[in-house]
Design a protein around this ligand. Structure first.
Ligand code: ZN
Length: 200
């Protein structure tokens, strides 16, 4: 319902309300905060968003967001390309990089299989992962997917697709008992490092 704020402000609130965690009420508060802090918040945010829109793209190798393609991780010769850690979204990758517990490569699926939400294998970056395995250097696939039905369904599906590679590839999972994957960015660094070390 129109609030009488005017079309520009209405549009700002409508867009903000589409952000995760923001409903109409918090979008109104956010819009107000932005408009009240024009120089400190609104204008810098406008520039940051334009900059991100212009420069950030998806790495064609691993699927992560980066201003370079291939991204710095894929392009780094010091990283072990025999290990690929499979994550749902960039947020899980950022959490792992923050901890520095992993020195291999990543693969960002861009979602999880879900019958409920109609997410099919072709909607995810799965072919790219298979291609990377086919390149022959990969020895371990580490599933860092959430301990949810969707996360586990996706992990099983990937394991199934990789069956033909047989014993050449070990498929491991981060230690259970901690929420993993999408929730990784909630965890403290020690817990993430532990989940990595005790993967099975
Ligand atoms: Zn990459």
């Amino acid at each position: 319902m129109a609030s009488g704020a005017g079309p520009e402000i209405e549009r700002l609130m409508a867009l903000l309300s589409k952000l995760p965690g923001l409903g109409p009420r918090s979008a109104r508060r956010a819009a107000l905060a932005l408009l009240k802090r024009r120089d400190q918040l609104l204008i810098p945010l406008t520039h940051a968003m334009q900059d991100a829109a212009d420069k950030v793209e998806t790495c064609t190798v691993c699927g992560r967001l980066s201003t370079q393609n291939p991204c710095p991780t894929c392009a780094d010769p010091m990283r072990d390309d025999a290990m690929i850690c499979v994550v749902e979204e960039d947020s899980a990758l950022w959490a792992m990089e923050r901890v520095g517990a992993f020195t291999g490569q990543y693969h960002v699926l861009g979602g999880l299989l879900s019958a409920l939400d109609g997410v099919r294998p072709e909607d995810l970056r799965l072919d790219g992962l298979i291609q990377r395995v086919k390149s022959g250097r990969v020895r371990e696939i580490i599933m860092a997917l959430p301990a949810t039905v969707e996360g586990q369904t996706t992990a099983h599906y990937i394991a199934d697709r990789l069956k033909s590679f047989g014993n050449q590839i070990a498929i491991t999972h981060l230690a259970r008992g901690v929420p993993v994957g999408g929730e990784l960015d909630w965890l403290d660094d020690g817990t993430i490092a532990h989940a990595f070390k005790s993967r099975r």
